[in-house]
Design a protein around this ligand. Structure first.
Ligand SMILES: Cc1ncc(COP(=O)(O)O)c(C=O)c1O
Length: 484
């Protein structure tokens, strides 16, 4: 492809994307695709001869778009908002098009310094003190792994430079909120703690971690000769967007000298709203925090912000300094390779920089406030409808609901809940994700795609009621019988 062809195809692709977004609301939200269907229409062998690039663009319309579940659709209420606002999309295009790699400051000075400035903008936007320093990684899972490794190294006084965990006399223990995301357990496992040394701390009736239960578990472990090391708390838990009491947990961490990591992957975006900051009150007592700008804030996936209070510690744990990467300015700059696991990194800061500038802080705040107001309004309506329940507090934009008709309880209620949610998803009218809370299935309505207005929320509520009532009347096959 020469440059003039690149220009022509690039314009065509941006046009295609603009049309995709324009026609999004008319598409079924969940892909109607069967497993293996896309694979079956693609050639099994790579083309021997070059193809016209127009054929790739044509396949976007015929093969790709019809077989996607559309996360940017105004009636996408699944998982969490993973918004790709358009200024960020263009930033990502430029990041890829520049093809630059941030290994060291010298390898890409603008990449390094835009990242430093933009992470500091976000720090100010969410109200963290100047003691925090941020870096951008791909995902919260990576940031959480880094946090677990940093905790391990602080407790072992840099055991990695000696015999590692294998040389430790007493097993190190991690404490996580029982409502925490699976990436916390995965991070602790990959950091070498071992499943036997991960404690899930019980929750209170609002699904937040119970600090007194945490304290008890730590004391039991100390009495048993183990070595408490880290606590992973959560603001905006996965199932219900629950909130752990950070201030009380930070007190426990301080008393015992433990690392406190706060997973604010989802709720961190809401901290740009001063009225939401109570949710992480006491955050200054934490050691590390992760905020996914690629969720509700609107930077296209992937763009996860990891903040630490002790940058030197992070650098000491993560640094590598082979001769070919050394430069004469090393003592004056921050080399991004020393702040995380990969050696190189993409210019992820570009999309966040473009997004914040194009929206302004006030634009980002207005959208988040819209979504929270829609969630509260929906919760009021559901609560006022006979046999329908809001089953968890609505702190942010997630409304967790269940239909509890009198004749259904226990496993039959669970089955019915999953059947009607599946019916909504299969209809293409909206996309919902069921999840378990307190041992029973419920359905999460996660509001916050870029184009979701009240009319879309009202439409999904109408669809939910219609499909639930049809599922009750026609008793469709169970999910297992239907092979789903
Ligand atoms: C609270 C929370 N933590 C962590 C994650 C993991 O995010 P990522 O996909 O960036 O690893 C998610 C998203 O699914 C989440 O909601």
């Amino acid at each position: 492809m020469d440059l003039e062809e690149f220009r022509r195809h690039g314009h065509a692709l941006v046009d295609w994307l603009a049309d995709y977004h324009k026609t999004l609301a008319g598409r079924p939200v969940q892909a109607p695709t069967r497993p293996g269907e896309v694979r079956s229409i693609l050639p099994a062998e790579p083309p021997e001869a070059p193809e016209a690039f127009e054929a790739c663009i044509a396949d976007l319309e015929t093969i790709v778009a019809p077989n996607l579940s559309h996360w940017q659709h105004p009636r996408f209420f699944g998982y969490f908002p993973a918004n790709a606002l358009l200024a960020g999309v263009l930033g990502d295009l430029v990041s890829t098009g520049l093809g630059t790699v941030g290994l060291s400051w010298q390898s890409s000075p603008a990449l390094s310094e835009v990242e430093e400035v933009v992470t500091d903008w976000v720090r100010k936007m969410v109200g963290l003190s100047p003691q925090w320093v941020g870096v951008i990684s791909d995902t919260a899972s990576t940031s959480t792994l880094v946090a677990m490794i940093c905790a391990r190294e602080r407790t072992t006084d840099y055991g990695l430079a000696k015999g590692g965990l294998q040389a430790e006399g007493r097993p190190l223990v991690v404490y996580a909120s029982a409502g925490s995301h699976s990436c916390v357990e995965k991070g602790a496992l990959l950091a070498g703690f071992g499943r036997e040394n991960i404690r899930m701390v019980p929750l209170d009736d609002r699904h937040g971690m119970r600090p007194e239960a945490l304290q008890e578990l730590i004391e039991q472990d100390i009495a048993a000769g183990l070595r408490p090391c880290a606590i992973a708390a959560c603001v905006g838990g996965t199932a219900t967007a629950s909130i752990d009491p950070i201030r009380e947990i930070a007190d426990v961490a301080r008393r015992h000298g433990l690392w406190l990591h706060v997973d604010a992957a989802m709720a961190g975006s809401a901290m740009i709203l001063p009225e939401c900051r109570w949710m992480w009150g006491g955050i200054e007592g934490a050691d590390s925090v992760v905020i996914n700008a690629h969720k509700w804030l609107g930077a296209p996936f992937d763009c996860s912000l990891y903040y630490v209070r002790d940058e030197q510690h992070l650098m000491r744990v993560m640094s590598t300094n082979p001769s070919f990467l050394q430069s004469s300015v090393d003592s004056h700059v921050r080399n991004l390779r020393d702040t995380g696991i990969p050696l190189g990194r993409r210019f992820r800061a570009l999309k966040l920089w473009f997004l914040i500038r194009e929206q302004g802080v006030s634009g980002l705040q207005a959208r988040l406030r819209r979504d929270m107001a829609n969630a509260r309004r929906l919760a009021r309506i559901v609560d006022a409808t006979p046999d329908w329940k809001v089953v968890a507090p609505v702190h942010l934009q997630t409304v967790c609901i269940r239909h509890e008709p009198g004749d259904k309880a226990g496993d039959a209620l669970d089955e019915y809940t999953r059947v009607w949610a599946d019916a909504v998803n299969r209809s293409g009218e909206g996309y919902l994700t069921p999840a378990m809370v307190d041992g029973r299935w419920m359905v999460r309505i996660s509001i916050g795609a870029p184009g979701t207005e009240w009319a879309d929320v009202a439409a999904i509520w109408a669809a939910i009621q219609r499909h639930a009532s049809a599922s009750l009347k026609h008793a469709p096959p169970s999910l297992e019988a239907a092979g789903r």
